[in-house]
Design a protein around this ligand. Sequence first.
Ligand SMILES: [Zn+2]
Length: 453
Amino acid sequence: MSSGYPWTAWIFWIGGALLALSGLTLLTWSLFWDRSKGRRRCPRCWYDMSATPALICSECGKVAKRERKLGKTRRRWRLAIIAFLGVLSGGWLTLMPKADRDGWWSLVPNRVLIAGLPFAGSIDDFWCKEMARRVALGTPFQDPRFQSRFGAPNYKLTAREWEQFFDRCVAGDVLARPLSERWKQKYGELIHAWTQSGLFEVDPEAEAAQHKLWTLPLHLEVSSRPVWPHDAAPLVECSLQNWWPIVASPRALVTPRTPNPATILVGDSPDRWLILDNSTDEQMTFDVVYEGIPNQPGLATPSTETILIPIRRGGSAADYLTPVVSPDMDAAMRSLRYQVSQYRDGKGRRISFDTRSTQVGAFNGVAVGVVFEFTLNGEVVARQPVWWQAGAIRENFLPFAPPEGNMDRVFMAAPNETAMIRVRSDPNIALRVLDCDQYWEGEVTIPLKIVTR
Ligand SMILES: [Zn+2]
């Protein structure tokens, strides 16, 4: 059947409609039919008291307070409830074929979904998930993956609905003011669901509406651990967030107010990090300059912002990280691959470092914070702190602090020299992996492979 409904759908539609209709009839009858029409009736037992002028019922003894009470309409409440349930189940039955074909969500129109957003919590609750699905789908008709068994439920937002959606995102709500943490969790994520779908399918008439998103300012998020031991250099992670309708690759220059400030450039990705002075205390101030976005009204000129984040000092690494001593993890660490490709013509070198042996679910939540000691024939020639997050995580980036010592000497090793890396755990470096509360403790030695091309 081209409509996508089985023939049995008619049973539900006709049966449901009949049930709902009879329910409605019964409901009307039970509540409004039995009026007094001039009769004087006992309001409790409905005995006809026309024959007596008294206010006391000769049948049940009920005393009516006023003459008017004898003229009430008799309402059969129990029957009304049954009738009402009939109306509900009748309506439910008629909706069943559609719910079965397109899912129950198909009964909730886009408009209702958008209007309900202020009552939803975050992107993780069911209401926002459905909204995210619909804005990400854009046009379900064009993508067979999103079609249901028989046909495609029409979730496509109309021009007016897109406008309502963007207006809602830009305005936020009482509990989720724009750019607040709650706003980010809800409207920010919904906008990302739309931009990241890569479809950008908006009704041409709603083009103007999506430009409202440009009014949402850039936001540099600076995060760190709340407390750092005195003997560890605190690390902050910077990430630049935007909720614009197209990928515009914004950039920001971030400078900490320290005695020897170093400015870093934070782009769309990857996130960038800064290692602060060991003397950092209580709070850190960052001066941020957002670069302008050419040709974008209101954003073409650079803007500045000052961000303060608290950094308390106290305790030791052992207070914040639990050591993980495990033969499995040692084996994984021993399987790290470090290779240097040296170009014969002197046009530089390429370092490839492979941590995949540690990126497995068994090591979830474990930080790796180590010092690489580069040795030649058993003698340490250079050192470098390295840290990353072990476990099955989607994307990983490997920050290396600048090495100390003579790295060139290591990389230019002669074929008859033995180049190795002694990998030694250091909890103060492991603290730089902000999301973890465990760290690998141990020491392994891995070969340093030098290839000449
Ligand atoms: Zn009575």
